[in-house]
Design a protein around this ligand. Structure first.
Ligand code: FAD
Length: 483
């Protein structure tokens, strides 16, 4: 058992809340400091004129990982966080007029403009995909990803799956599916990574397998209910959550983390510190340069960052007839890099989500919510995002959406990478922190070279997404308890 009696946590996203919940359950005095006026970070929602918009995450995958986190902190997930399965996850329209709809479970419907799809062949291909990849998914989500990072564990338990992992998602989908339109719809599910299929490592195909096995889900009331529910564990055991409280520095004395310098409060002493902000921020700015370990500083400065994003969110007075949660107009898989081409001359490939298809309560009665990420120039200087430039992109997005739906806009919100940086405190606006291409052993370690300082959250193993970041919080708390 640890001699640590008190812990200070920087950040109230799902990783900080999970770590704090478990530590408080183990009898440690926990104080959590969140710069924003609410908890949740990248998994929170904002109500604008009666419409609930996501601040970051749009849906939950890997529900079993989240269940495990809730169990660890002593909460019964189904009762504190009821989930609704997205039974119509995606409809994809291809340039040749084909339409591919993913329904509940393994239901895939293909409406061909010319001819018909070979249903028996498609069913077999789907089953073959699941047969090949589902055991790997189970191993990862029930064993590898919920335990501390261990290469030998992976080799011992996962050696059978190793031959599958070579190549890219594009290679794998070519092997798995014979119909061009089906393949394009499949790769479309994975474009959230910010990378075209030929740049995604094969293992990303598990994102697709997750959809067909466990499904995608929304918490009743919206994504902001996840941190709300998780925070119960911390608060019930006397933990403190301080909102609107920015941490300025991690205080290190004699090679050990001793506490935090907190805006408006001065020094807050603690036996241990957990930072949930990205490793780039922890080692690049929260630690004094002289305290920051050289190796960590180098990792921070050379980090391969994920993409930054631009979002358009609309609250509509009218109900739209969106066929699915996600509605995509996509090129064939081989050309999907085009989806990321900046939309300065108009949005060519329209992709948007309508969360009100699954949760009508996110809008006032009879209304709808649309969320869309129009592609923008990725290397555009973050400080140059002006209102004028944002409005110009909004106009392109609305123009594209109006080709498909009547839009009676009641409220809107536009977020450029600059807002993602300032509102969510994301390093350079990078939505997932590190790129999905970064291997787990290149994530920041939970136990840092500074005694008493722990790093957690989406730039640490097991990585980004709500379930994984929360799991990272649990693994970090367990590492701290074992010290
Ligand atoms: C646009 C977007 C879309 C996404 N879509 C999905 C999705 O659909 N599904 C999915 O599963 N995942 C998605 N993700 C990823 C997922 O939301 C994150 O991986 C996860 O929520 C990260 O949690 P975290 O606790 O590690 O970090 P964060 O949520 O970033 O929490 C860190 C917290 O620290 C606070 N903070 C920062 N600096 C300070 C400071 N100096 N002092 C005090 N507090 C500070 C921040 O305000 C924040 O609340 C998305 C993320 C984004 C941004």
């Amino acid at each position: 058992m640890t001699s640590i009696k008190s812990a200070a946590i920087i950040g109230g996203g799902v990783s900080g809340l999970a770590a704090g919940g478990l530590l408080a359950r183990m009898g440690i005095k926990v104080r959590l400091f969140e710069a924003n006026a609410k908890i949740g970070g990248c998994c929170s929602t904002t109500n604008v004129g009666g419409y609930t918009f996501n601040d970051g995450a749009l849906y939950l995958a890997l529900p079993n990982m989240l269940d495990r986190v809730f169990t660890k902190v002593g909460l019964d997930r189904p009762s504190v966080l009821p989930l609704r399965r997205i039974t119509a996850p995606q409809t994809t329209v291809l340039p040749n007029g084909d339409k591919v709809t993913f329904g509940d479970g393994l239901r895939v419907t293909v409406e061909k403009k010319n001819g018909t799809v070979n249903e028996a062949a498609l069913k077999k291909e789907l089953n073959d995909m699941m047969k090949k990849w589902e055991p790997a998914l189970r191993l990862l989500t029930e064993d590898i990803l919920v335990n501390p990072l261990s290469f030998s564990r992976f080799l011992t338990k996962g050696w059978r799956h190793l031959p599958k992992f070579g190549g890219t998602v594009a290679d794998e989908l070519k092997r798995l599916f014979s119909d061009d339109s089906v393949r394009a719809a499949m790769s479309g599910v994975l474009l959230y990574t910010g990378l075209p299929p030929e740049k995604q490592p094969t293992i990303s195909v598990l994102g697709l397998v997750t959809l067909f096995s466990d499904g995608f889900h929304l918490p009743e009331g919206g994504m902001g209910k996840v941190p709300e529910a998780l925070s119960q564990a911390l608060l019930a055991r006397g933990g403190e959550i301080h909102l609107n409280t920015r941490v300025k520095k991690i205080v290190v004395k004699d090679g050990r983390a001793r506490g935090l310098e907190v805006d408006g409060r001065g020094l807050v002493e603690a036996d241990a510190v957990i930072s949930t902000v990205s490793g780039m921020l922890t080692f690049g700015s929260l630690l004094d340069d002289a305290d920051s370990p050289r190796k960590m500083k180098r990792m921070a400065s050379e980090a391969n960052l994920s993409h930054s994003a631009f979002s358009v969110q609309l609250g509509l007075r009218n109900k739209i007839d969106a066929p699915s949660h996600s509605h995509c107009f996509l090129p064939l898989m081989e050309n999907q890099a085009e989806v990321f081409a900046p939309c300065d001359d108009g949005v060519k490939w329209l992709v948007y989500d309508a969360p009100t298809v699954t949760l009508p309560e996110l809008a006032p009665a009879g209304g709808s919510v649309i969320e869309m990420y129009p592609p923008v120039q990725r290397d555009f200087p973050i400080d140059d995002w002006s209102d004028e430039k944002k409005e110009a992109i909004l106009a392109k997005a609305v123009e594209a959406l109006s080709r498909v739906h009547h839009l009676d806009i009641a409220v809107k919100r536009i977020s450029s990478p600059k807002e993602f940086r300032s509102n969510l405190n994301l390093y350079r606006g990078a939505v997932y922190g590190l790129s999905p291409q970064v291997a787990p052993w290149n994530h920041f370690p939970h136990q840092t070279p500074i005694r008493g300082l722990y790093q957690t959250g989406q730039t640490t193993y097991p990585g980004y997404s709500v379930g994984r970041a929360a799991t990272s919080g649990i693994l970090t708390a367990e590492a701290l308890m074992a010290d």
